[in-house]
Write a protein that binds this ligand. Structure first.
Ligand SMILES: Cc1cc2nc3c(=O)[nH]c(=O)nc-3n(C[C@H](O)[C@H](O)[C@H](O)COP(=O)(O)OP(=O)(O)OC[C@H]3O[C@@H](n4cnc5c(N)ncnc54)[C@H](O)[C@@H]3O)c2cc1C
Length: 433
């Protein structure tokens, strides 16, 4: 039985989060705009403002809710996370203050699953506590969506692995204490069996940030995404995570949840777009009447509301499936949500931009940045086209080819079979007329 009610205790928590985000966190977005500030945990902003806010969240029992209690989280399950993340998605600093900032959240899951006790003590515990940052290095300059293009190698040398190669768009690397790197350890087999995952402390000799790359209108030379070179970077054998050849199994630990959490936060961003759309429609008069009275505006509002509602239900359903059967068995639902996310977001932003006219495309509204964020959603964690392929393959598993020449819905065959079943009645009816 489907039930969309939320228990009163959790509803009260959500009300508190809504208020806290609006009054305490959104001002940070405005005063300290810029993606990089979120990751710089050595900054005064962190010490004086963010840490005290994080403590409030911890005291309230809402810290790192995506993690189990064993790792200092609340073990909320995905459905509760969905309700929570759609509020946090309205603010850039929200996930940081609540201990669920990517890529740290996914990297924490990898270390929790595959780290040694020493690695957990050195990296996982401070990461979970919000005291250090991490990064994830998979994409390479010559190919991101197709891992068979990757060339970064790791070669065993005694008690160490030696990593050589280049990675691209390793987010927040320059603030990270460690990075999780995917590298080929056996070039003789397919990449899906021949790649492994390594924990690399960022102060290891040979790790060289070529430059940091920004997104959209960020000035060239600034940005949070590192183009990084690993020049004979040596790590101890213990830094191989999850065993040799298991990079993709390890990667899945972080990617499924990450994609779903992006979608949950996008629900929040899209509802923010709808709020802006409606406020504008009710505030702006043209040709003697409010924009809200124009049929074209009503169509925009209706379309945005319908798509938001459909998307929100799709995200909640995917979250519920993950809770019921786990991320692997719910990959169809996760892929569906990943594909829908950029589209729903982009369309919502475009309608809201359009209704705001010049102001909408100006740098005095958050919409241009949101438009870029919507495009990013269709690329980061794998492009839409690849996820559509995954989704289609999963959907096809529930279908079979036709036995004969004609489709099973071909009317002449179906009608002949139905007529044969009712032959006597049909003959009787024909005789009567
Ligand atoms: C903001 C942001 C943050 C990121 N953070 C990280 C990070 O922290 N760590 C990391 O390792 N990577 C990160 N990435 C990289 C991201 O994972 C890759 O950009 C993504 O996998 C696509 O790889 P690519 O950019 O090389 O594009 P390509 O693989 O070159 O693909 C380009 C385009 O080709 C088309 N295409 C590709 N494959 C297919 C296909 N099978 N069928 C049809 N069309 C196809 C699609 O239109 C696709 O967008 C980040 C990216 C962004 C934008």
């Amino acid at each position: 039985m489907a039930d969309f009610s939320i228990d009163p205790e959790f509803e009260a928590q959500l009300d508190w989060i809504r208020e806290f985000v609006a009054t305490e966190i959104e001002p940070l977005d405005l005063a300290f705009a810029g993606e990089e500030m979120v990751y710089d945990k050595s900054s005064r902003l962190y010490a004086e403002v963010i840490r005290p806010l994080q403590q409030v969240v911890k005291d309230r029992g809402l810290w790192s809710c995506h993690l189990t209690a064993e790792y200092g989280g609340q073990g909320f399950g995905q459905v509760r996370l969905a309700y929570m993340n759609e509020i946090l998605g309205r603010s850039q600093f929200g996930p940081t203050v609540f201990g669920s900032q990517a890529p740290d959240s996914g990297n924490a899951e990898i270390l929790a699953h595959y780290g040694t006790p020493e690695q957990k003590a050195t990296y996982l515990e401070p990461l979970l506590d919000g005291r250090l940052s991490s990064s994830y290095s998979m994409t390479e300059p010559q190919g991101g969506a197709d891992p068979s293009m990757f060339t970064t190698r790791a070669v065993r040398d005694g008690d160490e692995w030696v990593i050589d190669g280049e990675k691209w768009f390793s987010s927040s690397l320059r603030f990270a204490s460690f990075v999780i790197v995917m590298a080929i350890t056996d070039p003789e087999v397919s990449v899906y069996k021949g790649m492994s995952m390594f924990l690399v402390p960022t102060d290891t000799p040979g790790l060289e940030i070529v430059r940091n790359v920004g997104v959209g209108g960020e000035p060239e030379g600034h940005g949070g995404h590192a183009y990084v070179r690993y020049n004979a970077v040596r790590v101890p054998v213990d830094n191989l995570l999850g065993g040799e050849g298991n990079a993709f199994a390890v990667a899945q630990t972080r990617l499924g949840g990450g994609r779903l959490h992006h979608a949950m936060r996008t629900v929040g961003a899209v509802s923010r777009c709808l709020d802006m759309l409606c406020e504008r429609a009710l505030s702006r008069t043209t040709q003697g009447e409010l924009l809200a009275r124009k049929q074209a505006t009503q169509e925009k509002i209706a379309d945005s509301w319908i798509e938001l509602t459909q998307f929100r239900l799709q995200v909640l359903h995917a979250a519920w499936r993950v809770d019921q059967v786990g991320g692997h068995a719910a990959r169809k639902e996760i892929a569906g949500v990943k594909v829908a996310t950029p589209k729903v977001y982009r369309e919502a932003v475009l309608r809201t931009m359009q209704l705001h006219g010049a102001l909408g495309v100006s740098n005095e509204m958050p919409l241009a940045a949101m438009l870029m964020a919507s495009v990013v959603m269709g690329i980061a964690d794998g492009p839409t086209e690849v996820h559509k392929g995954t989704l289609a393959r999963e959907v096809l598993k529930d279908h079979r080819p036709t036995d004969g020449l004609w489709p099973s819905e071909h009317l002449p065959d179906r009608r002949a079979a139905a007529r044969a079943e009712f032959a006597e009645l049909l003959e009787h009816a024909a005789a009567e007329h």
